[in-house]
Design a protein around this ligand. Sequence first.
Ligand SMILES: [Zn+2]
Ligand SMILES: [Zn+2]
Length: 389
Amino acid sequence: MDRGVKFVLDNFDKTLDFINNHPEYEKYKKRVQIEYSRIKYIKYTGNMYEHFLKFKGGNHKYAEDFKFLEENGILSNESLADYLKDNYSDEMDHYCGIEDLRVGNVYSNSEIANTFKCSNMGGMRRSKETNSLVLIAKHNNPLYDDQWTDDGILNYTGMGTENDQSISYAQNKTLTIAKREGIKVYLFESYKDNEYYYDGEVELAGTPYQSEEADINGVIRKVIKFPLKRLDQSKSLIIDIEDIEKSENEKLKEVRKFNSNEIKSRAKIAETENVSTKEVKTIYRERNQYIAEYTKERANGICDLCGKEAPFKDKNGRPYLESHHVITLAENGPDAIYNTVAICPNCHRRIHVLHQKEDVERLSKVIMNYLLSDEDKENIKKWEELFKN
Ligand SMILES: [Zn+2]
Ligand SMILES: [Zn+2]
């Protein structure tokens, strides 16, 4: 094993040990474990370095949470890239080969370029050195509408951002003749910048066909669609639901740059014949049903936020309200009656769409009033710890 890799794995063992011995950091354990299981597949220092480059700069969304590590003599993700560079520079150019890539794992752009010896730009990258063609499906780019069908076919859009695409152009041609010429074709899918899920080797599953889509200037043009299927169907590719949601938001931002006529003309030619499906990974946070039910009973049919009556009754004739965590479970809020409210579906959507501080303040006060009238001293104390900072 590379010494740089060994160092990182040991460092993660230390991190988990530390968390196990310090219950105040228990809430970070899951995140460390997820990251640990991901990096265990990295075999070479160069790839390890690429991986931790993503964290460098400290603006990673969890960077603040892990400050305690360095204070305790363990390196955080943010400094691992630098550490590897300083201490294992001789092993830095040690990258994995194509056969070491694992379907479903996420790789960076330079990991891909280094592994396949291909360009680090473009959606179709030919490498003579490894006799391969690397395809990138960018799901956060509305210019390319690459959709999976239910029967495991990806309709991959060819090369060319302007005017009609041609089957004999550059890598479109390579992909068409790949099988005959013994060129191996590999697929990556991206939902956000510099993170690429590896799909493994793919091949043409049928004849390429033409379709109509808007080009970069908004002109409707002909594009080539390549039906692709994965060679090894046994390993399924599971995408993180958060990545998909983010990519849809990014696409939406691009779409909103157009005026309403442009949006209309694109919508009219867009047609999804087979709605694409994906296996996704979600984190399910379990909720206690006593807490949810008590919260609704406490509200007595009136929305805790807008003060209006529940908009309808459920099948059992009970006023329909939804239980909501004021500090969400995703933000490590507790599932407890000093953090839950019962609100109408309209208010509930609004809260999750707008994320307004005023709503948090208002709802926390509502909870406090319930606790006061119940003289629930214990939960009042916990409420204060939760909302006072
Ligand atoms: Zn309401
Ligand atoms: Zn909610």
